[in-house]
Write a protein of this length. Structure first.
Length: 136
C-alpha cells in the first residue's frame, strides 16, 4: 500500500537522546516508526522501515522497504523534509520537499505528545468523502 499522506498516524520510538518530564513535546533526535493508525484501524508495517531525523529546526523523513539484509531503493522509497516548530502540544511541519509534490509548500499541524521514549502525534486530513484521522 502506498501512503499518499506524509507521516500518517504513527508512534515513533526515540532512537537517540534522553527526554525529561518537562520536555512536553521535545522532538529533536532520531525516531523510528513503531505503529500507525488510520481512522482507528492499526496498519501492518511489514518490512517497510521509516525514520525521521529532527535537528533544532529541520526535519527529514525516509521510508524504505527492507529487502533481505539491505534496504530497497526508489521507486518504493518515500521521503520528505523541511522546517518545523513545536509548542507544548503541537508539532507543525513546513514541507520544503516531498516525494509527492502536492504537499510541498504546505504547513501540516499535528497534536504532539511525548511519553517516555515514544512520540505520539495525530492529524485529520481532508478527503473527498470527509476526513481521515491519522494517529502517529
Amino acid at each position: 500500500m502506498r501512503w499518499r499522506i506524509p507521516l500518517l498516524g504513527l508512534v515513533l520510538l526515540l532512537v537517540s537522546g534522553q527526554l525529561s518530564a518537562q520536555d512536553v513535546c521535545q522532538v529533536q533526535g532520531a525516531w523510528q516508526l513503531e505503529s500507525i493508525t488510520m481512522d482507528g484501524e492499526t496498519l501492518e508495517l511489514g518490512s517497510y522501515k521509516q525514520i525521521k531525523l529532527l535537528s533544532a529546526s529541520h526535519w527529514a523523513w525516509l521510508g524504505v522497504p527492507e529487502v533481505g539484509d539491505t534496504l530497497g531503493v526508489y521507486p518504493d522509497s518515500r521521503y520528505g523534509g523541511g522546517t518545523y516548530r513545536v509548542t507544548e502540544t503541537t508539532y507543525t511541519e513546513s514541507v520544503d520537499y516531498y516525494v509527492e509534490s502536492e504537499f510541498t509548500g504546505q504547513d501540516l499541524e499535528f497534536s504532539c505528545r511525548i511519553d517516555g521514549n515514544l512520540w505520539y502525534h495525530d492529524r485529520e486530513y481532508p478527503t473527498p468523502t470527509g476526513s481521515l484521522k491519522v494517529d502517529e
